[in-house]
Design a protein around this ligand. Structure first.
Ligand SMILES: Nc1ncnc2c1ncn2[C@@H]1O[C@H](COP(=O)(O)OP(=O)(O)O)[C@@H](O)[C@H]1O
Ligand SMILES: [Mg+2]
Length: 227
């Protein structure tokens, strides 16, 4: 299902954090939302997830750190069961096995609490939980910033492979243009609460039109990082 939202805006305490914004994402599309810290990326991500859920879309949101999604007092199995019941889904061992295999968390002990798992495994578990309901859109906010680059690249590779033959679209929110450029087919650039540029990745890298995009492109050496 194509995702289409217009007039999305956010104000807090009289300050406009997100100016009226339109977002269109095709099924299965890979879109990067890039921009400097404080430009409004997370604000847009949250507003988009809320608005799409109100429209009846199934949308998964993977926060920046697994700590935001996992309760340290609850077992991993508890989190999984809770995610299933939130979606009104009966427990399904085969679905769990397939997602665990896809994201290489099949060795994880579900009786353990989050801190019994490595950060990379926790992050992949949170991604897998988001995929339980086969969402129309997966929104990942700075998904690799809590991980070391090699572990992060591995998680992104596994996710890429899993999504490749599905219709789930991906919105990757990151301040890292290199990460977005390497993996996303279209980039939206944010600056001071507005999307100032929205173009296919190759076109944007070849000819950034705005000062914000030019500033991001100056750091093209980031493309050399593994993720
Ligand atoms: N709950 C809030 N109340 C007031 N200001 C906020 C709130 N959340 C974020 N902001 C401000 O909104 C701007 C955009 O923040 P954010 O969306 O987190 O940017 P980014 O994710 O691009 O780093 C920043 O100036 C931030 O300080
Ligand atoms: Mg943010």
């Amino acid at each position: 299902m194509t995702i289409s939202i217009s007039g999305l805006s956010v104000s807090r305490s009289g300050r406009t954090l997100l100016h009226p914004t339109t977002v269109n994402i095709e099924p299965g599309e890979r879109v990067g939302l890039v921009g400097a810290s404080g430009s409004g990326k997370s604000t847009l991500g949250h507003a988009l997830v809320d608005a799409l859920r109100r429209q009846g879309h199934s949308v998964a949101h993977v926060p920046q750190s697994p700590d935001e999604a996992l309760d340290p007092l609850r077992s991993m199995g508890f989190h999984w069961a809770e995610a299933e019941s939130a979606l009104d889904l009966a427990p399904d061992v085969a679905r769990q096995k397939a997602l665990f295999e896809a994201l290489r968390i099949d060795g994880g002990d579900l009786r353990k609490r989050p801190w019994g798992w490595s950060r990379g495994m926790q992050q992949r578990f949170v991604i897998a939980m988001g995929l339980i309901g086969t969402p129309d859109l997966l929104v990942m906010d700075e998904p690799t910033s809590a991980l070391d680059p090699v572990v992060a690249a591995r998680s992104m590779d596994l996710l890429d492979r899993y999504l490749a033959d599905r219709q789930t679209a991906l919105l990757l929110i990151t301040h890292d243009l290199g990460l977005a450029a390497r993996r996303m087919s279209r980039l939206m650039v944010m600056h001071e609460g507005r999307i100032v540029e929205d173009a296919p990745t190759a076109a944007l890298l070849a000819a950034p039109g705005t000062a914000a995009a030019k500033a991001l492109c100056l750091h093209r050496n980031w493309l050399a990082l593994p993720c």
